[in-house]
Design a binder for this molecule. Structure first.
Ligand SMILES: Nc1ncnc2c1ncn2[C@@H]1O[C@H](COP(=O)(O)OP(=O)(O)OP(=O)(O)O)[C@@H](O)[C@H]1O
Ligand SMILES: [Mg+2]
Length: 262
């Protein structure tokens, strides 16, 4: 099991879109994927048609420790091989509550899941059942994100090229260093350029980024008009428009990432 956190303190840079489409591409290669929606907006849950505004969401229960069996938290999606722990606004309350309880253990919440068993697949370890766990994070670092970093192997940072593209990256690095006290193996894998349009400005911005010694640019995902069209279909972009630039680029990225083509 490899756990990947999609993280950037900036909003609207393509974190959720990356989580949706990486999961789908991994699934197309035959991998079992567990998604954790770690954002109160619940956009990842919406994208996989599992959003429910009216419950105390599984992600909130995971953070608050209010669960017995992993089966209570994990749901199947329409894709066999992609399961999800969904979120809604209840995750905000759970995060506040945990922040206020200074005397309680504020970490180790998601780690409990890593050590749990899932009955649905015939009593196996959650971490044994899945090949990848992808965590979609909000644009901040609160206790739910710290708990996610505890179980994360690699962090991927989606960035949109603009003059403030790398704003917050230093803070993110500091947070990663702090999180290493709980998880010494945590690694910043690199940045993924998202919604890329081949203008002079963006090309120059990307080139500058590629020249920075402390930034590893993993790949570039092109901007596609098809993405906006596909929003209300609740489908991964490859299913909606397999030939568009964004679909092709996620496919290529995951092939490079896993070493397995599809
Ligand atoms: N390659 C792309 N081409 C066109 N539009 C894109 C592309 N990638 C992402 N988008 C669009 O950009 C918007 C922001 O993407 P997304 O919701 O994934 O960002 P986010 O970082 O998760 O935002 P937040 O911080 O609010 O959670 C969405 O409308 C999404 O459809
Ligand atoms: Mg998001």
């Amino acid at each position: 099991m490899k756990t990947i956190s999609i993280l950037n303190l900036k909003g609207g840079v393509g974190k959720t879109f990356t989580a949706v489409n990486m999961a789908y591409e991994l699934h197309r290669r035959g991998y079992n994927v567990l998604l954790i929606d770690n954002d109160k907006q619940g956009n990842l849950s919406k994208a996989y048609s599992r959003y429910d505004a009216d419950t105390y969401s599984p992600a909130a229960r995971l953070l608050s420790g209010d669960w017995q069996q992993a089966d209570e938290l994990i749901q199947c999606t329409d894709y066999k091989g992609i399961d999800i722990i969904t979120a809604n606004m209840a995750l905000l309350g759970a995060t506040w509550q945990l922040t206020a309880c200074a005397e309680e253990m504020q970490t180790g919440r998601y780690k409990r899941l890593a050590e749990a068993e899932i009955e649905f697949y015939g009593s196996c370890a959650v971490w044994g059942k899945y090949d990848y766990c992808i965590i979609d994070n909000p644009p901040d670092i609160a206790l739910n994100v710290i708990n996610a970093l505890e179980i994360t192997d690699e962090i991927i940072v989606p960035v949109k090229i603009d003059e403030w593209a790398l704003e917050g990256l230093d803070i993110l690095r500091e947070q990663i260093e702090d999180a290493k006290q709980f998880n010494p193996d945590l690694k910043l894998k690199g940045v993924l350029v998202t919604s890329y349009q081949n203008t002079d400005g963006e090309a120059a911005g990307r080139e500058w980024m590629q020249q920075q010694e402390n930034i590893n640019v993993l790949a570039t995902i092109r901007y596609s008009k098809k993405v906006a069209e596909s929003t209300f279909t609740f489908k991964p972009i490859y299913e909606y428009s397999p030939c568009c630039g964004a679909a092709q680029d996620y496919k290529k990225f995951v092939t490079e990432y896993t070493g397995k083509a599809r």
